[in-house]
Design a binder for this molecule. Structure first.
Ligand SMILES: Cc1cc2nc3c(=O)[nH]c(=O)nc-3n(C[C@H](O)[C@H](O)[C@H](O)COP(=O)(O)O)c2cc1C
Length: 171
């Protein structure tokens, strides 16, 4: 798919069919994430690929009861961790939030290019997601997404965005 078509037709998909995610597609999606930039090239991230139905159910439950997430055949949980110093700006101990957000953007766009739906999930309880997957305490969940083929909902162009004239200006 052409890059701008990918960007324009990526939507939050909240309805999934049961068709499995092809291994090759998943591999390309994760590879697109792997090459993302990060501060100092630290790559303070890890992706957990959740296929097990019970674990998916528990992760969805930890996303404040957004149970529809578990309908997707795969759920991806992205974590990052702190660094023990602060260089100022966003190069400090919480810089993983920035880095994981970038990498997750690569992931959701690559998924769209594969015809796969995602929905960036930020409404979750960190401890409960960690518990569901048995993750170490120093790994902080930054984002969760279901991954699968859209069911009823299609990839339609984004709506409800501010006009360019409001968000970009020459100074
Ligand atoms: C940081 C972040 C957190 C979000 N959390 C949720 C969430 O918990 N549940 C949900 O259904 N959508 C969530 N979304 C999706 C947004 O609602 C969605 O991106 C926005 O309404 C624009 O719609 P679109 O993605 O279809 O273009 C989140 C998106 C972002 C970027």
């Amino acid at each position: 798919m052409e890059f701008y078509d990918v960007v324009k037709t990526r939507r939050s998909i909240r309805s999934y069919g049961a068709d499995p995610v092809p291994e090759a597609s998943l591999g390309r999606v994760l590879e697109a994430a792997r090459v993302a930039p990060s501060g100092h090239n630290r790559q303070l991230w890890k992706f957990y690929v959740v296929r097990d139905a019970e674990k998916r159910r528990r992760v969805a439950e930890a996303c404040r009861g957004q149970t529809w997430i578990a309908k997707a055949p795969v759920v991806i949980v992205a974590v990052g961790w702190k660094i023990p110093f602060n260089r100022g700006g966003y190069m400090g101990e919480m810089s993983f939030m920035m880095d994981v957000s970038i990498v997750f953007t690569h992931l959701v766009l690559a998924a769209r290019a594969e015809g796969l739906g995602t929905c960036w999930i930020g409404d979750f309880e960190n401890d409960k997601v960690r518990e569901a997957l048995g993750l170490p305490e120093d790994q902080h969940v930054v984002a969760v997404t279901p991954l699968g083929y859209p069911d009823k909902q299609g990839f339609t162009a984004s709506t409800g965005r501010k006009p360019l004239s409001e968000i970009a200006e020459e100074v």
